[in-house]
Write a protein that binds this ligand. Structure first.
Ligand SMILES: [Zn+2]
Length: 374
């Protein structure tokens, strides 16, 4: 782990601040800047754990802090680094989880999946196929943490016994389909891979009206991963080209052909290797659930969508024509004729403020549990 000390900056400092707050060693503003107050909290922590009190987070201090790495922070810019820390922490605290990867990102990072449960019924939740929607990664990871805790305590989650869910369902989660894009938005690419940052910035110059990097949804090569699936892709291309998205950039470029981007290929192949009864594709924003693709009417799909709408307060709606093609859920419905949903969480401009998180979690907990049941 990177050593953190006075004047360090970045998402790892945010994580440190959030964790110190959670553990009761500070009341820090989570701003990613290691100042004197952060140093004081580190000193508190070191005193409590009988570590050398130098105010520097090196190996020994990290090792103690990471005893709590199963705790998913909900107030930090959640990049691939923190996702990886949480997955390691969850795996050691909850060895019944299976963790693997569905493939690799354009920058060569593995794209993790987690499996919870041993049941026959397979369901699949994914998040952050769009980079600046990374609050959806936090949502799935916090849900996973709470589900595991409920399993261990033999308690309930949204009135269902976690052990019942574990025995009857195999829940697969891909919490971050687009790790490179997320890292661009949260500042990790600029900090750790400045050449790649310049490369993405050049692509964004094709679209000067889209804020950089906050408006970035695509993968690091400027392809929108949710416009890459073989479900009326040509129609998506016509629409997006007519809107001016003809070149790689921050969003809405469909790519040279379907299944060109390796992250989308990974989702496609992973899906084909399983037998998912239902999928949830998490996006932000709009507080709306999209359930339909073309003229397909998967059995029970509308009924389940209505239940989701009831428990979340989100509207159940038809996908707007401009984004109705070539998405992951579109392809899933077309290929399997089974229920698939795009869920747009929260309200506001992406990336949503993390202060929205608790409302988003409370709105979605019913959907996340019922998705395993219905
Ligand atoms: Zn999206």
């Amino acid at each position: 782990m990177e050593t953190l000390k006075l004047n360090s900056r970045g998402t790892l400092v945010e994580y440190l601040q959030s964790l110190l707050n959670t553990l009761g060693f500070g009341n820090l503003t989570v701003d990613g800047i290691f100042g004197n107050k952060t140093r004081d909290s580190v000193l508190n922590f070191q005193r409590n754990f009988s570590l050398v009190q130098d105010g520097i987070v090196g190996n020994n201090t990290w090792n103690k802090l990471l005893l709590f790495s199963y705790i998913v922070p909900t107030d930090v810019q959640y990049g691939y680094n923190i996702l990886s820390i949480n997955l390691d922490g969850l795996k050691s605290k909850y060895p019944f989880l299976d963790i693997g990867n569905i493939g690799y990102s354009s920058l060569g990072r593995s794209i993790p999946y987690i499996r919870f449960g041993r049941g026959q019924k397979q369901v699949f939740y994914s998040a952050s196929i769009h980079a600046n929607e990374y609050i959806t990664s936090i949502l799935l990871m916090k849900f996973l943490e709470n589900l595991c805790a409920a399993y261990e305590k033999d308690s309930t989650i949204f009135e269902y016994r976690a052990r019942y869910l574990f025995e009857n369902v195999s829940l697969y989660i891909v919490p971050m389909v687009n790790p490179d894009g997320v890292d661009l938005v949260v500042g990790n690419i600029e900090k750790y891979l400045p050449d790649i940052f310049e490369y993405a910035k050049n692509l964004s110059n094709n679209y000067p009206n889209i804020p950089f990097p906050n408006g970035w949804k695509a993968n690091i090569n400027g392809i929108d991963l949710n416009l890459q699936f073989p479900a009326l892709w040509e129609r998506a291309k016509e629409i997006k080209f007519s809107q001016g998205y003809t070149k790689p950039g921050p969003r809405d470029f469909v790519g040279p052909r379907p299944l060109f981007a390796i992250e989308s290929i990974a989702m496609y192949n992973f899906t084909l290797s399983k037998n998912f009864r239902l999928i949830l594709a998490y996006h932000s924003q709009g507080e709306v659930i999209y359930w339909k693709f073309s003229n397909f009417l998967p059995p029970a799909s509308y009924y389940i969508g209505e239940r989701f709408s009831d428990v979340s307060g989100y509207a159940l709606d038809l996908t707007p024509e401009n984004s109705a093609y070539a998405g992951y859920k579109d392809w899933f419905i077309q290929n399997y004729n089974r229920p698939g949903y795009t869920i747009e969480v929260g309200m506001g401009d992406n990336p949503l403020s993390l202060s929205e998180f608790s409302k988003i979690y409370n709105d979605n907990i019913g959907i996340l549990v019922l998705g395993m049941i219905l």
